[in-house]
Design a protein around this ligand. Structure first.
Ligand code: ASP
Length: 289
């Protein structure tokens, strides 16, 4: 994240943890907690999720989101939606009210409308900062645009994992994807096992970063499988990011939580905003943990 955005990220993370903790401290489910945390982050223009997301090549916001319940392995995902203010809300409805796991594009919006989620105009998701960012990016020479490590290509996808008082875990990830992406491009974030996964028998994980390498490695599932094999989430998180770098020269970050409340947070980007809320209080940061 750019230097001038650090404080905004810290605030956003704090607010998201408060929303999740509000659910958990009253005996609510991990699934509800991650949903409420993600809604806060989608509503916060700081992040690349919901309103304020990066724009695609056509100047539109196109959103992907996924939510998964570690107790039942039920999941709900939406991809390439343009008319949902909070894509995680529809993802949750898919998880809870549909026999399917994914709806994309117009079909997802139709599902949302049929389940009483209001559809909005895409322009309500677009903010001037992002119009300017896209304009600057598109004015660059083609070789600079192809440099996926350029500072303009920050990754601001949001993710949450939670453990509730019944010992269940859940995960969710939501994104506007990458800046200047081709319309219809689906990233890793909403793909099960890539940008998000949860299973009570292993762990809950959410990733951010350059989506194509992450999805090729099915990275979230790769990481939770290491936890199922007896490794600590902290080790699995670091190993996942090492694997991403070594295997495909990818970059990004991951958060992992198991049913014993053990946490892993790792990234190979210069910064990643993260936060942890437990009965002992709150911890947060933007550098490596
Ligand atoms: N992983 C996301 C994507 O490729 C981008 C991000 O994490 O910011 O769509």
């Amino acid at each position: 994240m750019p230097d001038d955005m650090v404080e905004a990220h810290r605030n956003g993370i704090h607010n998201a943890m408060a929303a999740g903790w509000h659910v958990l401290s009253r005996g609510g489910s991990a699934l509800d907690a991650v949903e409420e945390s993600i809604v806060v982050l989608e509503d916060d223009e700081t992040f690349d999720a919901g309103r304020g997301s990066f724009l695609n090549r056509d100047g539109k916001v196109q959103l992907d989101a996924f939510i998964m319940d570690g107790a039942t392995l039920r999941g709900g995902g939406v991809g390439c939606v343009e008319r949902l203010r909070n894509p995680v809300r529809t993802a949750r409805k898919i998880l809870s009210e549909s026999p399917h796991v994914y709806f994309v594009g117009e079909g997802a919006e139709r599902f949302a409308a049929e389940h009483k989620v209001p559809l909005i105009d895409n322009r309500e998701l677009v903010i001037p900062r992002e119009v300017e960012r896209l304009r600057d990016f598109q004015a660059r020479p083609a070789d600079e645009q192809a440099d996926l490590f350029a500072p303009a290509i920050s990754h601001d996808t949001v993710g949450a994992v939670a453990l509730d008082c019944n010992g269940n875990i859940a995960a969710s990830t939501s994104t506007g994807g990458t800046l200047n992406k081709a319309p219809g491009r689906l990233g890793d974030s909403s793909l099960i096992g890539c940008g998000c996964y949860a299973d009570n028998q292993s762990a809950a994980a959410s990733t951010t970063g350059w989506g194509e390498p992450i999805m090729k490695l099915v990275l979230a599932k790769w990481a939770v499988d290491r936890v199922a094999a007896g490794n600590l989430p902290e080790w699995a998180a670091k190993e996942a990011i090492n694997y991403l770098k070594q295997r495909l020269n990818g970059h990004g970050g991951i958060i992992i939580l198991d049913t014993q409340g053990r946490v892993g947070i790792a990234h190979n980007t210069p910064r990643m905003a993260w936060g942890l809320r437990t009965t002992d209080g709150e911890e947060a940061g933007t550098e490596r943990r």
